[in-house]
Structure formats: C-alpha cells, structure tokens
Design a protein around this ligand. Structure first.
Ligand SMILES: O=C(O)CCC(=O)C(=O)O
Ligand SMILES: [Fe+2]
Length: 372
C-alpha cells in the first residue's frame, strides 16, 4: 500500500456535516447499507501465479481470455520495479517538469457524464501527482486540493485523436513497467496511465478492445456486469445512466435490482483481465496509479480505424445501428400504433436470434476449467 504521509487526512464528521470543502482523504468506506437490496455480487476468480504450476496458470489464463471470456484477476506476476519505485517523489523527479497532461477535474467523487459534473483541465504531471497523492507542495494552490482529479492518458494530438502509448509518451516511467506477455504483440492497441485521487469513481462503461488493468499503487474496487446484462443497465451509448451503483434509485431503474454482477478489490501488483464488452465501474479506494493495456482480440478489419480510446463499436455493429435507424425511419410513415406493433414484432425476431446464439449457457459450461 502506498503509505507514509500521502493523503493521511481523513474527512472529519464536521466537514461532512457542514459540507465544508475537504482535502481528499484516503479513508473510504464502501456504501454498504443498501447492498442488501441488490443481488449479491459474485467474487471474481483469482489466478495466483506464485501458487500454481506454470502449465496450470497458463491454461487458466487461456480459458478465461479465449473461452469463458470472463474477467479474472492474475496475482503475483512480475510487473517490474514500478511497484516499489513509483513513490510520488520518484514520479515527480523522473518525468520532465514541462510534461503536461489533460485531466478530469471534479468537485464530486462520482463522475457523471450526463450532468457533466467535471471539466477538463491541462496541468503539469508533477502537479497531478501532488494533487492526487495529497503531499503538500508550495507550487500547488491550496484550493486545488479540494477537487478530485483523474488522468486517463491520451496521445500528443491536442484534439485527442492520437492513441495513448506510455512507452512513447512517458518513456522514462514506462521502462519500470513490465507488461505481462498475455496477448500477441501485433494485437497491441494502446497503454494508458490512470492516476486518480482517492475515492474517485468512474462511470459504468464497456470497451471494445480486450484489456488488462495493472494496479501499481493503491487499491481499486471494480464491479463488473456481463454483456448479457445490457438490457438491465439503462445504457446511454457505451455508458450506464446509473451513477451511484451502490444506492440506485430502484423506482427509476427497477431492472437493475437483479442484475448479475461480479466484484473485486485489486491490490497493488494485481492485474485484472477486462474482456471487451464487459461493463465495469471503477472506484479508487486510495490514491491510485494503474496502467491498462488494450489489444484487439478480433481481426483488425473489424475495428474502427478512427478510435483513439478502444471503445468505438465494431464495424458490423456500426453498420447494424445505421440500418436500425433506417428501419425506424421507414416505419415513420405509419400511425404510431402500427409503428409500435411492427417494432414489437421485430423485437421478437431479435429475441429469437439471441436465444439461438445461447451465449449465457455456453459461458457457464466452460466455467469449470477456471479455478487455478
Ligand atoms: O481504472 C480506471 O479508472 C478505469 C479503467 C478502465 O476503464 C479500463 O481499464 O478499461
Ligand atoms: Fe474501461
């Protein structure tokens, strides 16, 4: 755990009650009270490579990545010296002082893409480390410690059209990280720095690339929802509308009550596999540093070439959405009751196709191979 004086000041009861601004603290309790009302989460499987024979953990990883396509934690991998080395002081002195980063800045810990309770700000990397870790610096105005900060690194292009690659954009730091050899080199898409203030929670979303999230400093809580729950997550594009997943408004979101979900707390050095299309909601329990690596699991031609984030829908799905818009447009000439009827008939067709594919059952039948 990143310890010492970093972010040791907790939120006092007085600050909580008076609503006074507070320095972002390291103490954090999960909102437990309402969880009873939700379906209980399933704990994620852990593959501990130190306690398992190589052939067995390799086979378990292979099963999770290619057959069950379920998230799994890989524990005990060699991720290089970053885990020991990356103190705030080290990061500050090993990155050029002029290095700037574009970050989310919010007064609230739960980022909300619909209310847009955050702004983008460009600050120096060293300032970001001071702000997130909470260590005092005369260079940072006191007022800035009242915000929650989140770095999701991007490329150099100012319009964000460029793909993030830490070995290109943070070469001195990237040399300290060993990315485990779990996907073919030629499938690599991007590597992304995620540096956050304690408590910050990122909305539930899915990506279209496969991904490993490497936890380097601090702990993170991740809640996963399988792609088969897409109808129960109240999606707006690739994100769920439900911001407070631990205290949801069930009147507004009744289908969320029984949603299947998995939960894990990532410790320093853990790696979690996030398969494409799996929804994930991520909370930093402490000041946190992670790097995630995206790769393309399917043929290159299926991915959108203009996708800097690894989350644009696959080309056949984009074409499908366009056709759907056309269908909706074609029905428009009919009175509303007729449109409603034909749309319902089309839903029946879609449901039949989903049943034919029978993905949920197939997933369960390969589950047994996973417990390494
Ligand atoms: O760690 C985070 O803050 C988000 C990670 C994430 O969304 C990802 O790895 O795809
Ligand atoms: Fe993601």
């Amino acid at each position: 755990m990143s310890s010492g004086k970093e972010n040791s000041s907790a939120i006092s009861e007085q600050e909580r009650e008076t609503g006074e601004t507070f320095r972002v603290s390291q103490e954090f309790e999960l909102a437990g009270s309402s969880r009873k009302k939700l379906n209980a989460p399933v704990t994620l499987g852990i593959i501990d490579v130190r306690k398992t024979a190589k052939k067995d953990w390799e086979s378990a990883i292979n099963t999770a990545f290619h057959q069950t396509r379920k998230p799994v934690v890989i524990r005990g991998c060699d991720i290089g010296p970053c885990k020991e080395k990356w103190s705030p002081e080290y990061l500050i002195s090993n990155c050029p002082p002029e290095k700037k980063v574009k970050v989310h800045k919010s007064k609230e810990r739960q980022l909300d893409f619909r209310r847009k309770n955050f702004i983008y700000d460009t600050i120096s990397f060293r300032h970001l480390i001071w702000l997130c870790s909470g260590i005092e610096s005369e260079e940072v105005e006191e007022e800035k410690y009242q915000y929650f900060w989140y770095l999701r690194s991007i490329g150099e292009d100012p319009r964000g059209k460029d793909v993030s690659d830490i070995s290109v954009h943070f070469p001195t730091l990237a040399a300290d990280l060993k990315i485990p050899d779990v996907f073919p080199n030629e499938s690599f898409f991007s590597s992304v720095f995620r540096i956050t203030s304690p408590h910050l929670q990122l909305w539930t979303h899915y990506d279209t690339c496969d991904n490993i999230l490497i936890q380097i400093r601090g702990r993170k809580r991740i809640v996963f929802y399988p792609p088969t729950e897409a109808l129960n997550l109240y999606l707006d594009g690739d994100k769920s509308e439900i911001v407070d997943i631990d205290n949801p408004d069930f009147e507004r979101y009744p289908k969320f009550r029984d949603v299947e979900h998995f939960e894990v707390i990532l410790e320093e050095g853990d790696i979690v596999f996030i398969p494409a299309l799996w929804f994930h909601n991520v909370t930093a329990l402490d000041y946190s540093i992670s790097v995630n690596v995206f790769w393309k699991n399917l043929g290159e031609q299926l991915y959108d070439k203009k996708d800097p984030y690894g989350n644009k829908d696959l080309i056949p799905a984009q074409l499908g959405y366009r056709t759907l818009d056309k269908i909706i447009g074609q029905l428009h000439t009919l009175p509303p009751q007729y449109q409603d009827f034909y749309l319902r008939r089309m839903v029946v067709r879609l449901e039949k196709r989903i049943d034919e594919l029978d993905v949920t059952t197939k997933q369960e039948s390969t589950d047994d191979n996973l417990d390494a």
